[in-house]
Write a protein that binds this ligand. Structure first.
Ligand code: HEC
Ligand code: HEC
Length: 445
């Protein structure tokens, strides 16, 4: 088929040839799942010299590729493989199926978990996070030291990728869905590369790394993860800072009265106190990501619509397992999940690690009323008593955060009134990328 004949041409042309890859335009990030514009026209390609047999690279980045691709070429390749469904066992699933470019690389619908796997019917266990604004996430550490002037305090566990931070980089992370039995389900690296060899991405893949790259699964795997990682660092796709709030920070837009009240409550340590975790201000000159990448237990209610939860013994405890295994004996970490960014959060229809909530109003009500109106969120036991933190074994209840806006006795006045909660939600809606200033009054003819 075309792949092998292409390779044949490349080998024949090895004496003298120039690789010239023309990219037919850039991906339209607003265009949905299959938006990646195919880098199509391959005018000529060849190995520059009789290739030495490639061997597995020592480090991800110390490559033995025949060609050393530029960041732009890696980004273009990453964009294509991100949307290539041929890289999945079902043939129907790509990264973009779950992380939709038109939804800030988050989920399109309100399902708590996605179906994937070989049959396309195997459910995942957690909600799909947005992939935007992760560019400054450090590898996971148990002791994040924040240095603010003279102050340096241990902030506890922070960083990593995934709700439990178990992948240390986007490179490492990309391996998980490609192999996971409930996502793209390739099972092994060899199987993934066999699919890549037969995929629409193969031609561009060879053009990027050299004509023999797909003959060596270890080398090809490393190139695949590298391209996905570099693509996820592309500013216009992954951190455009184009929301109304960014325009406000630049002094190019004003928040309306409601949004301003919402921001004030969001920042006020005695009221919303949201910014203590979801950082909202400019720090060290950088625009905020609305997360400090820290881990906190909020006691989010169990979600019966997650299929894994049909087994009453199944508990997703975040940092202490079961998906993550290295901290299984650290009871103080049970129930802690990573603080997600709130940028583009208004595009989501599913919230928290288990997708237990479906609207921002309900999420903010949970913050304000978890402790003052627990019966709104948690079930009752046979004796009629409300079971708080029903997704966390009682032994770990002490891990749950009780700082404002949490706290207050059952029946007491919540930290935020309904009107104040609505103000906060109005503010959260200013965090959606792609904001356009309202057109100045049209010139009259
Ligand atoms: C079936 C749906 C699905 C597919 C397909 C999928 N992901 Fe994900 N992705 C998820 C879920 C769910 C999580 C959260 C996982 C966890 O916390 O255990 C996630 C997490 C991530 C994260 C970490 C984000 C964070 O907040 O730290 C990255 C990065 C990522 N995925 C990249 C990819 C890439 C690259 C691909 C394609 C190779 C891909 N994903 C395919 C569902 C999916
Ligand atoms: C002590 C740290 C902390 C504070 C304070 C805090 N959050 Fe969070 N927030 C988190 C963590 C951790 C999660 C994820 C919890 C989980 O999934 O189990 C989260 C999740 C969310 C989500 C869901 C996002 C998504 O992608 O699913 C929203 C919305 C949110 N917070 C808004 C707020 C608002 C509004 C406030 C203030 C009223 C606030 N948070 C205060 C730590 C915090």
């Amino acid at each position: 088929m075309t792949l092998s004949s292409f390779q044949g041409i490349a080998v024949l042309g090895a004496v003298s040839a120039i690789a010239l890859v023309v990219f037919a335009g850039r991906a339209n990030i607003a265009g949905g799942e299959r938006a990646a514009s195919a880098p199509t026209t391959l005018l000529a390609a060849a190995a520059s010299a009789p290739a030495a047999t490639p061997t597995a690279p020592v480090s991800f980045y110390e490559s033995n590729f025949e060609r050393r691709p530029s960041p732009a070429a890696l980004t273009a390749l990453g964009r294509v493989v991100f949307s290539d469904t041929a890289l999945s066992a079902s043939g129907r699933m790509s990264c973009a199926s779950c992380h939709d470019p038109a939804h800030a690389y988050g989920p399109t619908d309100g399902r708590a978990v996605r179906l994937g796997g070989v049959d396309g019917k195997t459910p995942g266990v957690r909600a799909v996070p947005s992939l935007r604004y992760q560019q400054d996430a450090l590898p996971f550490t148990e002791h994040y030291m924040e240095t603010d002037g003279n102050d340096s305090a241990d902030q506890g566990p922070a960083g990593g990728r995934g709700w439990d931070g178990r992948a240390s980089s986007a490179h490492e992370q990309a391996a998980l869905p490609l192999l996971s039995p409930f996502e793209m389900a390739n099972g092994t690296i060899d199987a993934a590369i066999a699919r890549l060899r037969a995929s629409p991405s193969a031609t561009l893949f060879r053009a990027t790394f050299g004509p023999h790259v797909l003959d060596d699964p270890a080398l090809a795997w490393s190139g695949l993860l590298w391209a996905l990682e570099v693509f996820q660092q592309s500013p216009e796709d992954f951190y455009p800072y184009s929301s109304k709030y960014d325009a406000f920070l630049r002094g190019k837009a004003a928040l309306d009265a409601r949004e301003q009240r919402g921001l004030a409550l969001f920042d006020d340590p005695a009221r919303g106190n949201c910014a203590v975790c979801h950082v909202s201000g400019i720090r060290h000159g950088a625009f905020p990501q609305f997360t400090d990448h820290g881990f906190v237990a909020l006691g989010v209610p169990r979600n019966a619509s997650v299929p894994a939860n049909r087994d009453p013994a199944y508990r997703d405890l975040g940092l202490c397992g079961p998906l993550r295994t290295d901290l299984a004996d650290r009871s103080e970490y049970c129930g802690l999940f990573k603080t997600p960014t709130l940028r583009n959060v208004a595009m989501r229809k599913v919230f928290f690690h288990n997708g237990a909530f479906h609207s921002l109003d309900d999420v903010v009500a949970f913050y304000a009323e978890r402790d003052t109106r627990p019966s709104k969120f948690y079930p009752r036991d046979p004796s009629g008593r409300v079971v708080k933190y029903d997704d966390l074994p009682a032994a770990f209840a002490g891990n749950v955060n009780v700082e404002p806006p949490f706290g207050g006795a059952a029946g007491a006045r919540p930290a935020l009134s309904a009107g104040e909660r609505a103000d906060i939600v109005a503010f959260l809606r200013t965090l959606t990328d792609g904001w356009q200033a309202p057109a100045a009054s049209a010139p009259r003819r």
